[in-house]
Design a protein around this ligand. Structure first.
Ligand code: G16
Length: 542
């Protein structure tokens, strides 16, 4: 088999966002577009000759074609072995697990996460380093720099690899190993959680669970874990078949897009526990009977109950959350006497904290929770963590959350998304906010204590990340945060995050939007959201 060197010219738009390069499928299908980016990844790495690369994706449209190209390019560039999921399927957490278990050099994840899939929808590619986590900014910047200067790529002239048959084949001198997508990940989960107790819970006829895989990547994992290993009745997993177009849905596990599950959990005869995961399996949503657990609360509750779970029974070294995530976890950390770190949005910022054992649990408001077991957030891990707590405490989801609020106080929290707005106007809105001087300003009962653009200095390597979101903090601890999403593929998405703290138990049962209505009005007024976005309502409220 012959290695070809193909001349190419750069594309100017291959700058990775919050989590890799995400574009519409037709963009990726342009001549050499994917090849340029893959070669740019390889060109920004050193020392991978003969090493192992893990490759897999969430099964979306173009996954299989992209994997064939990547395999041939990995062979031509000198990798020794590629481990690829059967059918091209690997959830993002499974890639992280497999990289770590096999001491691989790195991995390539093909996903646009929760964004819709199909011939005219989204695709994405992300490089993960040897700790199993997303490449840090210095690597993604190097990839971008290479993509702007690329003049050629290398590819092996060979037929396609059969991705559906388990076992090894040869691609030139490189070995391709097609692996079962579930085995290693399921074993890791079993090492962390009390599977016997969870099994008792799931086989008890008085407990009912509903898991929505949203026709995305977690289908095979959820079937194998919940209905297989843990004995839950068949039908516990809904939308469990992974489809190239995710069944035409939008696999973003929130109250708007996971509406099938929400209807069931908020309907008559609702099950006791509901969960959903996203396109690539790293996000989760947790529901009780007629009850929604905000992701920020979920992180705090997992931390407060970690001692009940075998994998975390010896305690936590610290907790980390992204800046826009509510401060509920900070209160748990304080009580546990451990540090709580505040990082920019993006799971990659947790990598150093996890590697240096400064944090054990991490979480984000964007429905992401995880721990030091891998270096990605992990949807099914969070579901199992909740099940383990439910199995031990024998209380309902709602009881557990309410008793948490009674102990720690409640952080009312909401995110308003304005999706697909004009990019220029969205940037003007943020620039204007950055230029204001709000410190000391009074808005009704609220006085501004600080107003800044969040900047983060990594405590391990000293790297600085600036312009990570406009924060307006009030003297009573309430906060308003504005930032532009780094994961969208069309126009801009403005995210507004609003938070207030309520220690008074008698006032902890208000509707979230009502409780936050005063702050939301201030947030709209200060940023002139209507004027800049042309919208009088957010697209999604969570
Ligand atoms: C990615 C990142 C997360 C981030 C989320 C939303 O998640 O890994 O850290 O919170 O995007 O980012 P943004 O607010 O910039 O859209 P995923 O699940 O999309 O890979």
């Amino acid at each position: 088999m012959q290695i070809s060197t193909i001349p190419t010219t750069p594309y100017t738009d291959q700058k990775p966002g919050t989590s890799g390069l995400r574009k519409k499928v037709p963009v990726f299908q342009q001549p050499n577009y994917l090849e340029n980016f893959v070669q740019s990844i390889f060109d920004s790495l050193e020392g991978y000759q003969g090493e192992t690369l893990v490759v897999g994706g969430d099964g979306r449209y173009y996954n299989r074609q992209a994997i064939q190209i990547i395999l041939k390019m990995a062979a031509a560039n000198g990798f020794g072995r590629v481990m690829v999921g059967q059918g091209g399927i690997l959830s993002t957490p499974a890639v992280s697990c497999i990289i770590r278990k096999n001491r691989a050099f790195g991995g390539i994840v093909l996903s646009a996460s929760h964004n819709p899939a199909g011939p005219n929808e989204d695709f994405g590619i992300k490089y993960n380093i040897s700790n199993g986590g997303p490449a840090p900014e210095k690597v993604t910047e190097a990839i971008y720099a290479h993509s702007k200067a690329i003049s050629q790529y290398r590819i092996l002239e060979a037929g396609d690899v059969d991705l559906d048959r388990l076992g090894t084949t040869q691609l030139g001198v490189m070995v391709v190993e097609v692996i079962d997508c579930v085995t290693d990940y399921a074993a890791l989960m079993e090492s962390l959680f009390d599977f016997n107790r969870i099994q008792q819970l799931l086989t008890n006829p008085s407990f009912r669970m509903c898991m929505d895989s949203m026709h995305a990547v977690t289908g095979p994992y959820a079937h194998a874990l919940f209905e297989g290993r843990l004995g839950a009745p068949a039908g516990t997993v809904m939308n469990g078949k992974t489809l190239e177009d995710f069944g035409g849905g939008h696999p973003d596990p929130n109250l708007v897009y996971a509406h099938d599950l929400v209807e069931i959990l908020f309907g008559d005869q609702a099950p006791d526990f509901g969960a959903a995961s996203d396109g690539d399996g790293d996000r989760n949503m947790i529901l009780g009977r007629q009850f929604f657990v905000t992701p920020s609360d979920s992180l705090a509750i997992l931390a407060a109950n970690a001692k009940l779970v075998p994998g975390y029974s010896s305690g936590l070294s610290g907790i980390a959350r992204s800046m826009p995530t509510s401060q509920a976890a900070d209160r748990v950390a304080e009580r546990l006497g451990i540090d709580c770190y505040e990082t920019p949005t993006g799971w990659k910022f947790f990598g150093n904290l996890l590697d240096s054992d400064k944090a054990t649990l991490c979480g984000e408001e964007s429905f992401g929770t995880g721990s030091n077991h891998i270096r990605e957030k992990d949807g099914l891990w969070a579901v199992l963590f909740w099940l383990n707590i439910l199995a031990v405490r024998q209380e309902s989801v709602e009881q557990i959350v309410r008793s948490h609020w009674q102990t720690y106080g409640r952080n009312y929290y909401s995110r308003h998304d304005y999706e697909g707005v004009d990019s220029g106007r969205a940037h003007q809105l943020v620039d204007r906010l950055r230029g204001l001087n709000l410190k000391g300003q009074q808005y009704g009962a609220y006085e501004v204590e600080y107003h800044d653009d969040f900047s983060y200095t990594d405590p391990i390597d000293g790297s600085i990340s600036q312009n990570q979101g406009i924060r307006i903090g009030f003297t009573d601890g309430s906060r308003i945060v504005y930032r532009l999403s780094g994961t969208g593929t069309q126009g801009a998405t403005l995210r507004l995050y609003v938070e207030s703290y309520e220690p008074n138990i008698a006032k902890q049962s208000q509707d979230t939007q009502e409780a936050l209505s005063g702050l939301i009005a201030i947030a709209n007024e200060v940023a002139q959201i209507q004027d800049y976005t042309g919208r009088d309502q957010p697209t999604v409220i969570t």
